[in-house]
Design a protein around this ligand. Structure first.
Ligand code: MG
Length: 428
């Protein structure tokens, strides 16, 4: 069996004006849909974060992929490594999302090949990865401070006919009242049983007040997480961390660097999580030596695939860390891969992150996955268990061509609201 075709389609999905430490989400979130087709006409899908830089390198990876056997992933990975060895050892970037090229390409190729292998063998990806140990995967509500607006063509405007969560996702959330309303609407719609607040946007006292209000509202039955994306100083993180002991389930990247994280971890009695200081296998020795976190938030797009995330789980259990899941704005192909990973991990100590409720479009047939009491069922059927909706793909590709965005730049978007605004490594 050989891979005969590789289709790389950049798309743009409507995204509301969500705030974070790096600035503001653009009206569209960029993704890339990859489709590999074999000489037997079997198609394998994957989805990764989009940028022109990644798209260009994916195009260049074509010659290492076309003509290869999708069962022979290790050999494909080795040739991709040789090809891209020079480009990106240390280019993760300072923002919360990872900008390294090779991990994205590994993830794109691996998931699409596993989708093909699953279809060839009549088994789901979770079966290929060792077998399903759970059928439903828990997710957490992901709250954002946000401006009023629906995103996409509406931008900062809203659709007045929207109701339920569709209306709530357009509403502003710039204070305690807005965040509580968002949390209630999201939990009511999707049944989430844990809640995360993205921070690093307003002064620490404002964000901590929101967390205390959420704790008052939901009590201990809803675990709370908080993620200021590393823009707090060690002093700020310790001072406010102490205020949140007994309130937070975990404290995610309050500060930047493994060293700073280990200081906060020792000083504050809350488990510390990261998707910013320990983000690759080469960070593991430092993490173990320094003791930088309790929980690593993996992401198959950033760790180089589903199998790599399983290797990471073994390392985590060896060294006394817990593993959970990071997320960026994504659609259903990425979600299906996350679900298959969730199905095979030995334990899920924390509900996964997902931005999925913030996206309203889909690229798979049958529309969006449905949450039930905050859980999504692992898709049945061979491979990923999802099918590409080609009309939707064409529409989302049109969005991409129209919107003019080529990479994520939350600072530029923020400057449209606050002229002169600058991203700072440490803001408070
Ligand atoms: Mg994070």
């Amino acid at each position: 069996m050989k891979i005969r075709e590789m289709h790389i389609t950049p798309i743009a999905a409507v995204d509301p004006p969500l705030l974070n430490a790096a600035g503001l989400h653009a009206p569209y979130a960029l993704r890339i849909i990859i489709e590999l087709i074999t000489d037997g006409n079997v198609s394998g899908l994957s989805e990764i974060p989009g940028s022109e830089k990644i798209r260009k390198h994916l195009e260049e990876s074509r010659e290492e992929i076309i003509g290869k056997d999708p069962f022979n992933l290790t050999s494909i990975f080795r040739s991709l490594e040789r090809k891209f060895a020079a480009i990106d050892t240390n280019q993760r970037g300072e923002q919360s999302w990872d900008q390294r090229i090779l991990v994205h390409i590994f993830s794109a190729v691996e998931v699409a090949c596993l989708d093909i292998i699953g279809k060839e063998t009549g088994r789901g990806i979770s079966d290929l990865l060792g077998g399903t140990v759970r059928e439903q995967i828990p997710f957490s509500a992901y709250l954002f401070f946000k401006h009023k607006g629906a995103g996409g063509e509406l931008g900062f405007d809203i659709d007045p006919s929207a109701s339920g969560w569709a209306a709530a996702r357009q509403a502003p959330a710039l204070d305690v009242k807005g965040i509580i309303a968002q949390a209630k609407a999201m939990c009511e719609e999707f049944g989430f049983q844990s809640v995360k607040l993205k921070g690093g946007v307003f002064a620490p006292e404002v964000e901590v007040e929101c967390l205390k209000a959420l704790h008052n509202e939901f009590g201990n039955r809803i675990p709370l997480r908080f993620d200021p994306n590393g823009v707090w100083s060690v002093e700020t993180a310790i001072r406010y961390g102490k205020e949140m002991e007994g309130i937070l389930d975990y404290y995610e990247d309050p500060v930047r660097s493994q060293e700073a994280m280990s200081i906060v971890r020792k000083a504050v009695d809350i488990p510390v999580a990261t998707n910013m200081c320990t983000t690759s296998f080469s960070d593991i020795p430092g993490s173990i030596r320094i003791g930088s976190e309790d929980i690593i938030l993996s992401d198959h797009h950033f760790w180089g695939g589903l199998r790599a995330s399983m290797h990471l789980e073994r390392i985590c259990s060896t060294f006394g860390r817990k593993l959970s899941m990071h997320s960026n704005s994504h659609l259903g192909i990425s979600l299906a891969a996350m679900l298959h990973l969730g199905a095979v991990l030995s334990e899920l100590p924390y509900a996964f992150d997902t931005h999925y409720p913030w996206q309203k479009e889909e690229v798979i047939k049958g529309g969006k996955f449905r949450f039930e009491d905050g859980f999504i069922s692992v898709p049945k059927g061979p491979g990923l268990g999802v099918e590409l909706d080609r009309e939707a793909l064409a529409e989302l590709h049109n969005n991409y061509n129209r919107c003019g965005l080529t990479h994520r730049d939350d600072e530029i978007e923020m400057q449209k609201v606050e002229p002169g605004w600058k991203f700072e490594l440490t803001r408070w």
